[in-house]
Design a protein around this ligand. Structure first.
Ligand SMILES: [Zn+2]
Ligand SMILES: [Zn+2]
Length: 140
């Protein structure tokens, strides 16, 4: 998959949409409520995600992720969980800090770096929050 560059906010929204929709649909108002922001600002970010081919906006303000959007969201979740686990286990950062630092990096670091972290951790099954980590062939 060609690399799509996402702003921090776009990455956060994409992952949240993926989690909220869970294979179905969700809407801009649910997303706005989730982040405590105005719907207009959500629509703005969602439009940018649509321009990048990651989501499709449908009638009644519902949003669905494209296959490309789904797979990018899953990749971001993998990266987040690997980075925070690395920070926590290897660098001994407290869990909460490890998580917030990972959030700054999960859409930025290259696969090469992520894969090195993943190997150093021996491909952990769960992250520091106990959530499952699904690995890729490229992590190996
Ligand atoms: Zn986290
Ligand atoms: Zn991995």
């Amino acid at each position: 998959m060609a690399r799509v560059s996402l702003s921090r906010l776009e990455a956060v929204y994409l992952v949240e949409l993926h989690k909220m929709a869970d294979g179905g649909r969700t809407g801009t108002s649910a997303l706005a409520a989730r982040f405590g922001v105005r719907e207009a600002s959500v629509v703005d970010v969602v439009k940018r995600l649509e321009e990048k081919g990651l989501v499709v906006r449908e009638p009644w303000r519902s949003i669905s992720l494209t296959r490309r959007g789904e797979s990018l969201a899953e990749q971001l979740i993998h990266n987040h969980r690997v980075i925070e686990t690395y920070f926590h286990r290897v660098l001994n950062l407290p869990a909460q800090l490890a998580c917030s630092e990972a959030q700054k990096l999960d859409s930025i670091l290259s696969w090469r770096t992520i894969a090195s972290m993943c190997r150093a951790l021996n491909h952990p099954k769960t992250c520091i929050h106990g959530e499952e980590i699904k690995h890729y062939k490229r992590c190996r």
